[in-house]
Structure formats: structure tokens, C-alpha cells
Design a protein around this ligand. Structure first.
Ligand code: PXG
Length: 284
């Protein structure tokens, strides 16, 4: 039975409850993190916790625990669930209040930790590569809900995900308000062109992905040049290789976009190398 952490206590999965008046449910008012456990260890826990507190700061949400305590509680919840490899969803809601947007009516933020499994894509796609499309739904403008905030309101991404599914794909590229490539609905995007690794900069309006940062570090350590560069759809179509990164997706090759074959139509050598190095890093 999965044990769910809520505000310092563990509950059986079927006993774990939040109020229907919680503004996390009513308005998507809250923040979250998705992390992975590899070989019993939480990958980049501190980075995830730091990003959670930054997201919370941005939305004026005070998390009633120190970062150190939340890290300890996260590790304890993984242990209570005897998970060696799995997925952690850490959610902080604004808490229950009255109807109406006013967050001052909410006094009990709910800190929830779920430790479970996640499978984003079927295993064969990691071998053969994914086909993606460009969504017509653009990424939120950075002066609306800034994409750097990992908020509980994911409708922007869900609308693009539905477009992908309706097009017979599992993932979609989201452009920013300038028509530049931003990211996918739940992953960051990388291209390889003439041996150079390119990914959109944070100011393209993207989530500052923790897997993205790990892959950039791994590439630099392997002497692969990396550029945070403005990318357009043309760059995707004309790339030698393409892959996506994310906590849930890990490193997954992309071989087709908007019906165009990318490179040879097979996962590329640099993609495969970085995927292997990523797992070495995660499991070390
Ligand atoms: N962009 C977006 C919009 C994301 O939501 C990433 C990039 C990758 O970031 P990280 O830090 O994970 O490398 C994400 C992360 C899920 C799920 O349940 C989604 C994410 C992470 C974990 C689970 O669909 N997205």
C-alpha cells in the first residue's frame, strides 16, 4: 500500500485526502515538483527543492517548513515506501479557503508527497525515437504565468498535449510568443547540428529543467560544445539529432517532427551517448 505524506503525517493511499475547498483544486493555486529516485537516492533533490521554493516565492506562497526539513521528509517518505527506483510528486497547495480567488482566505497550505512510479513513454520509443508535432497553443508568456514557475495550473501544456495526441503523437513542441521553439509539454528540447548541442535559453520562456542542466553538464564534461541558442522550427527540421529531457521522460530521442524526418530517422550517436551518461550519473 502506497503511503502518502500530508503535512508531516503518513496516510494509506485511500485515506489521503484534501478538501474540495483547497485552492489547489479550485484554482490550480499551488506549486509542485516531480523527482526521480534511482538506486534508492533522490536525483538532484536539493535542486528540486530550491526550484519548489522559488516557484512558491513567485506566487507569494509561504511553505511552512524549512528546505532542510522538506528534504528530510521527502527522503523519509521514499524510505517508508521502500522505493529503490520510482517517482516522487511533491505538491504544495494554497490550502482550503472560501470560494473566490483571494488567497488570504487560505490558511493551511497542504504539503503532499506521493512516491510511486511513472512511465511517460513506451520503452520501444527510447530505442526507436519519438515522433512529435508543433502545437498551435503557444507557451505562456513570461509576463503571464512565467514558465519558470512549476505551478499546479498546467492547462497551457495540457492543451498542447491534447493537440499532440489528436495528431497521433505523444509530445508536442510549444513555441513562445515570438514563434521561437520553447520546450515540449513536459520536457526540454535539445538539437544536435554538426556536432554542436543546442537548446533554447531560459529566456525563451521555458522551465529551467533539472535534467536539462544535468545534460548540459554531461555534454561539457564530454567536450561536446553546448550553446543556449534561439531555435526555430527550421532548426528542428534541419537538425542532425533531436532529443527531449525531463524527470519523467529522462532522455528520449526524437526522429520526426511535423512529418519531417530528423537526421537519419534513427536516434543519433550524441543522443545515445548522453542518454547513457545520464543513467551513469543518476545511478552512481
Ligand atoms: N518543461 C516542462 C514544462 C516540464 O513540466 C520539464 C520541462 C523538465 O524539467 P525537469 O526539471 O523535470 O528536467 C518539465 C518537467 C508529469 C511530469 O507528471 C512532468 C514533468 C516532470 C515530472 C513529471 O507529467 N515535467
Amino acid at each position: 500500500m502506497t503511503k502518502i505524506y500530508i503535512n508531516g503525517k503518513l496516510f494509506d493511499q485511500h485515506e489521503a485526502r484534501v478538501s474540495v475547498y483547497d485552492h489547489g483544486l479550485l484554482y490550480g493555486d499551488g506549486v509542485f515538483e516531480g523527482m526521480r529516485v534511482y538506486s534508492g537516492k533522490v536525483f538532484r533533490l536539493k535542486e528540486h527543492i530550491d526550484r519548489l521554493y522559488e516557484s512558491a516565492r513567485h506566487i507569494w506562497l509561504e511553505i511552512p517548513l524549512s528546505r532542510e526539513q522538506l528534504m528530510e521528509d521527502t527522503i523519509a517518505t521514499v524510505k517508508a515506501n521502500h522505493k529503490q527506483d520510482g517517482y516522487i510528486r511533491l505538491v504544495v497547495t494554497r490550502g482550503s479557503g472560501s470560494l473566490g480567488l483571494d488567497p488570504r482566505k487560505c490558511s493551511d497550505p497542504q504539503i503532499i508527497i506521493i512516491v510511486d512510479d511513472i512511465t511517460m513513454y513506451p520503452p520501444e520509443l527510447y530505442e526507436n525515437g519519438l515522433e512529435i508535432v508543433t502545437a498551435s497553443t503557444i507557451r505562456n508568456h513570461h509576463n503571464a504565468v512565467n514558465p519558470r514557475v512549476k505551478s499546479l495550473n498546467y492547462l497551457n501544456n495540457i492543451l498542447a498535449k491534447i493537440e499532440a495526441i489528436r495528431a497521433g503523437c505523444l509530445e508536442a513542441i510549444m513555441l513562445n510568443h515570438n514563434g521561437e521553439v520553447a520546450e515540449c509539454t513536459g520536457d526540454n528540447i535539445f538539437l544536435v547540428k554538426k556536432g554542436v548541442l543546442r537548446t533554447p535559453p531560459i529566456d525563451a520562456g521555458i522551465l529551467d529543467g533539472i535534467t536539462r542542466n544535468a545534460v548540459i553538464e554531461l555534454a561539457r564534461a564530454a567536450s561536446i560544445p553546448v550553446q543556449e541558442w534561439t531555435l526555430t522550427r527550421h532548426d528542428v527540421y534541419a537538425a542532425d539529432e533531436c532529443f527531449l529531457t525531463g524527470t519523467a521522460a529522462e532522455v528520449i530521442p526524437v526522429v520526426k517532427c511535423d512529418g519531417r524526418t530528423i537526421g537519419t530517422g534513427k536516434p543519433g550517436a550524441i543522443t545515445k551517448q548522453l542518454r547513457e551518461r545520464f543513467f551513469q550519473l543518476a545511478r552512481q
